[in-house]
Design a protein around this ligand. Structure first.
Ligand code: 13P
Length: 264
C-alpha cells in the first residue's frame, strides 16, 4: 500500500496569498510518485480557494504527476447543520470535495478542550458523510516517562473512547490513526523509529482484534522532517507520516515526498 504523507498546516500561513503560494510550491511539480499519497490539510478558510487551484486544468496536468493529491480539514463538528456558531459540518466539507478530516488532534484536545466523548461524536459524524478520518492519539510526556506499558495503555484508552460503538465495516478503509506522542509535537525531538514502531504495532493489533479492521493504517507524527522520515517509513508497519512544521516549507516537504517515494 502507498505511504500516506499528510501536511497539517495548523493555523498557518497567515494570509490567503501565502497559502496559495505554499500550495502551489508544494504541489506544482511533476513527480513520479509510485509510493506516496499526499493530503494537504490547510485552515478551513483557505479550503475553497486551494480546491479551485487543485482542480484547475493547468494544475492538474502540472500538479501531481502520478501522485494522488487529496485535501483534508483540520477539524469538524458532529452535527450536519443548525445553531452551532463557529462550527463546520462534515456535510459542508463533503460538498467542497474535501476527502479527509483530522479529528482529535492533541492541540484541539488542549486548546479547545475537546474530550474523547466529543471526538467520538465527530468520528461517527465524519464516517456518516464518508469523510476519511485521521484520528490522532498519543501520550503526554509524564505518561511516557512511566514507561512503554503506561504509554500503550494511555493510547488504548483513547482508542476505546474515541471509537466507541464503531468497528468492522464502519471503519475499514475509512479510518487512519496518527500516533502523535504529545512530547514529540513541535519540539524538534521526534520519537525514535523503534518507539514509534512498537507503539504502532500495538495500535494495529488493537485495531485488528478489538475493532475488526482488516488492514489498519497507522501513521507517525511528531517532528517529522526530511532527515528522519526514512527511519520511520522504512518499516512496513508505519504507513506514513503526519507532518506539521516541516510541511510549511515547500522544499522540505518535497524532499519528504521524494524520500518516501524511494522506499519500497
Ligand atoms: P510537528 O511536525 O510540527 O511536530 O507537528 C506534528 C503534528 O502535530 C502534525 O499534526
Amino acid at each position: 500500500m502507498k505511504k500516506l504523507i499528510i501536511a497539517n498546516w495548523k493555523m498557518n500561513p497567515p494570509t490567503l496569498k501565502k497559502a496559495k503560494e505554499l500550495f502551489s510550491a508544494t504541489t506544482n511539480y511533476k513527480l513520479q510518485a509510485k509510493n506516496a499519497e499526499i493530503v494537504i490539510v490547510p485552515p478551513f478558510i483557505y479550503l475553497s480557494e486551494l480546491l479551485k487551484i487543485k482542480n484547475s486544468p493547468k494544475q492538474s496536468t502540472l500538479a501531481t504527476g502520478q501522485i494522488k493529491l487529496k485535501i483534508g480539514a483540520q477539524n469538524i463538528f458532529w452535527a450536519t447543520e443548525g445553531a452551532y456558531t463557529g462550527e463546520i459540518s462534515p456535510k459542508m466539507l463533503k460538498d467542497l470535495y474535501v476527502d479527509y478530516a483530522i479529528i482529535g488532534h492533541s492541540e484541539r484536545r488542549k486548546y479547545a478542550a475537546e474530550t474523547d466523548e466529543m471526538i467520538n461524536k465527530k468520528v461517527i459524524a465524519a464516517l456518516k458523510e464518508s469523510l476519511k478520518v485521521i484520528l490522532c492519539v498519543g501520550e503526554p510526556l509524564e505518561i511516557r516517562k512511566k514507561g512503554k506499558k503506561a504509554a500503550m495503555n494511555f493510547v488504548k484508552n483513547q482508542l476505546q473512547k474515541d471509537l466507541k460503538g464503531l468497528k468492522g465495516k464502519l471503519l475499514n478503509n475509512k479510518l487512519i490513526i496518527a500516533y502523535e506522542p504529545i512530547w514529540a509535537i513541535g519540539t524538534g525531538i521526534s520519537a525514535t523509529p523503534e518507539t514509534a514502531l512498537e507503539t504502532i504495532k500495538y495500535i494495529k493489533k488493537l485495531l485488528i482484534t478489538n475493532y475488526q479492521l482488516l488492514t489498519p493504517r497507522v501513521l507517525y507524527g511528531g517532528s517529522v522532517d526530511s532527515k528522519n522520515i526514512k527511519g520511520f517509513l522504512q518499516h512496513n508497519e508505519i504507513d506514513g507520516a503526519l507532518v506539521g512544521g516541516a510541511s510549511l516549507n515547500a522544499k522540505e516537504f518535497k524532499k519528504i515526498v521524494e524520500l518516501t517515494n524511494k522506499i519500497n
